[in-house]
Design a protein around this ligand. Structure first.
Ligand code: ADP
Length: 295
């Protein structure tokens, strides 16, 4: 049946009489109209009810994820706090400790305090990005010098190679947040290559509108089935080798949020025992990419 004026989602009530020539009288038409009106209201109510149920389920899921996040953060805070308290107590109550042991314990306290501070910072940053409070400050930046600033100093076991095209890679991005992404990926490459090796940081132009940044290492690598989850909150590779290295599983999630905030995407390729390559694809102009994505 085609009906002029009807649009997708409209419902049609079709009434017919078995007698071929019979017509409906005024009274029957009025009754049908009233019936159609009531049916329409009932159907609309049902639709609203379903929408509400859906919104309610989403809110419940959001609430559950939030509680889970708080529980995980609380758990990750407790570990360093316990260590700090334990070592401080030892230093306070053991006058017989040698100066060297005392220095070692104080070193642990400082390290754990730093870990706690960076966990607090990561947690705050995540909540600011997730609630949309974090604005990005886009400006023209040159990728090469930004990456140079992220190179860790004083590495004994690792060598780092910066592989960039000859011409300057100028893009529009938030330099501070970009540095955070690169430092995180390079820091991970060092951390998860306990036997050392070469780490290659590679910048490339990709077509007319994009650039890529890759960080390749020769470290532990990652089993295939673990790859998909890594850019989600609190996800860590569950092999004994990985778990022996301290971490919170927040860094890659933050990288993904920052890169997505630029209109880009992240990826990873890895082979257990052979190393990993973490990559970032960024639009050359994040401001334009964001503007065209929101229209
Ligand atoms: P963190 O290192 O604090 O645990 P990340 O979110 O940065 O958190 O990384 C998540 C997990 O991904 C790490 O716990 C580690 O298991 C794995 N991972 C990250 N980078 C590498 C890498 N370069 N090589 C092997 N595994 C890695």
């Amino acid at each position: 049946v085609s009906l002029s004026g009807a649009s997708v989602g409209d419902l049609l009530l079709l009434v017919a009489d078995r007698a071929p020539s019979a017509t409906f009288g005024e009274e029957e038409l009025a009754l049908l109209q009233a019936f159609a009106g009531q049916a329409g209201v009932a159907i609309e109510n049902q639709r609203l009810h379903e929408n509400l149920q859906h919104a309610n389920a989403l809110l419940k899921e959001y609430d559950r994820l939030k509680s889970e996040f708080v529980a995980m953060v609380a758990h990750d805070f407790r570990k360093p706090l316990t260590a700090i308290r334990g070592f401080a107590e030892l230093v306070l109550e053991s006058p017989e400790l040698s100066p060297d042991t005392r220095r070692e314990f104080m070193g642990t306290i400082i390290r754990e305090t730093d870990a706690l501070a960076s966990l607090a910072e990561d947690t705050l940053l995540i909540s600011r990005i997730e609630t949309g409070e974090l604005g990005f400050e886009f400006a023209e930046v040159e990728l090469g010098p930004v990456l140079l600033e992220c190179m860790p100093l004083g590495l004994a076991e690792h060598s780092i190679l910066l592989d960039m095209p000859p011409e300057p890679m100028r893009i529009v991005a938030d330099a501070y947040r970009l540095r955070q992404v690169a430092s995180n990926l390079i820091g991970n490459a060092v951390k998860y290559s306990p036997r050392g090796g070469t780490i290659t940081v590679r910048g490339r132009f990709r077509g007319a509108d994009h650039v890529s940044l890759e960080v390749q290492d020769q470290g532990l690598g990652i089993p295939k089935e673990e790859l998909r989850r890594l850019f989600q909150k609190f996800q860590r590779v569950r092999t004994p080798g990985h778990l022996a290295i301290p971490g919170t599983g927040l860094g890659l999630y933050i990288c993904r949020l920052i890169v997505q905030g630029h209109g880009g995407r992240v990826w990873v390729e890895s082979e257990p025992g052979q190393g990993s390559t973490f990559g970032v694809l960024l639009p050359r102009d994040a401001r334009k990419a964001r503007a065209s994505a929101s229209t």
